[in-house]
Design a protein around this ligand. Structure first.
Ligand SMILES: [Zn+2]
Ligand SMILES: [Zn+2]
Length: 334
């Protein structure tokens, strides 16, 4: 099977048309015809080799929605013609403790869609059946791609932290991830406080469902909610004054980061001890939880705000994202 996609050929290169042969289909693999693919910051990190694990040429793209074109003879759960999504992960071993426990996203032998293999900025992509997530009826495929990586990344912490509908919660950083978090938490029933460093986004953020927007660059605004939040989700990857957010937590509150801050986070022990507070993090989420999230999205009509570009305009789309102009997630259409 020949795949036509767009590949980075070197660190920080523009993407150029690139074709490759997929080889024989494994018995547990599926080939997916790509309808739409979102652009995630991780695609940029891999193009730029920020994590030191990029191999070129490679085709980015891991927020894929499409249709199963071919299925190996041992494939379960999905069949040819089914509409599916494929996110950050493309396979897991299916036999380790984590896989047997339903936490396939924590499998040490898992494979990421764009690490050492090719992703979804293409007409086709391959993956293991376990990560080909069936799309619920009625889903808007033109907006669903970003749910497969960015969406599940902010949905999983809500489950992990046991957030209750009666909770008052905070979201730091209202970009691609943060704006999806606001929508989830709003529909969860929570009172949602958004922390943004960009006052120009305030009305948009309120329209997404936030009850209040706090300027994260104004310390007195942060102080005004000291001790009030049961849960704070950080979606930014920059160093912040972590202690002021721990101060904003109510006793027993949980601070959770999905933003991959590269510098160590300075957390004063007393800020945790006195109010029985905790700090945690998580990657994406399991295939099962991804399916649950998609059902929740269809039921409540929760979608990311997307800007659509043609797949052939992928370089323009990447520039738009790099310049910080994306409102709020970009999707490429085949
Ligand atoms: Zn991603
Ligand atoms: Zn495993």
């Amino acid at each position: 099977m020949k795949v036509n996609g767009y590949a980075a050929t070197a660190q920080k290169s523009k993407l150029t048309p690139y074709s490759y042969e997929l080889g024989p289909l494994g018995s547990e693999e599926v080939d997916i015809k790509v309808y739409y693919c979102g652009i995630c910051h991780s695609d940029l990190s891999m193009i730029n080799n920020e994590w030191g694990m990029s191999q070129y040429p490679f085709v980015p793209g891991h927020e894929i929605v499409g249709e199963v074109l071919a299925a190996g003879d041992a494939v379960k759960k999905v069949k040819v013609g089914d509409r599916v999504g494929l996110g950050w992960m493309s396979s897991s071993c299916m036999s380790c403790e984590q896989c047997m426990d339903g936490s396939h996203h924590l499998c040490a032998k898992s494979e990421a869609t764009i690490v050492g293999r090719n992703g979804g900025f293409a007409d086709k992509v391959r993956g293991h059946w376990s990560w080909a997530i069936p799309l619920p009826d009625g889903i808007d495929m033109s907006k669903a791609g970003p749910l497969l990586c960015g969406g599940i990344t902010v949905f999983n912490p809500i489950i992990l932290a046991g957030v209750k509908p009666t909770d008052k919660v905070g979201v730091i950083g209202i970009g691609g991830l943060g704006h999806m978090a606001i929508k989830f938490l709003k529909h969860w029933g929570c009172e949602v406080v958004a922390f943004s460093s960009n006052p120009a986004k305030k009305q948009e953020i309120l329209n997404m469902g936030a009850n209040k927007v706090i300027n994260s660059r104004a310390p007195e605004e942060l102080e005004s909610i000291a001790g009030q939040l049961n849960f704070i989700l950080n979606t930014t990857n920059v160093s912040l004054d972590w202690n002021s957010y721990l101060t904003a937590l109510a006793p027993k509150g949980r601070f959770h980061t999905v933003g991959a801050v590269l510098e160590p986070m300075a957390i004063p022990a007393f800020s945790l001890i006195m109010g029985e507070k905790s700090v945690g993090g998580s990657p994406i989420g399991s295939p099962s939880l991804t399916k649950t999230m998609l059902d929740f999205c269809v039921r409540h009509q929760i979608y990311p705000e997307v800007e659509e570009f043609a797949m052939s305009d992928v370089n323009e789309a990447i520039t738009h994202l790099e310049e910080g102009k994306a409102r709020f997630r970009i999707v490429l259409k085949n």
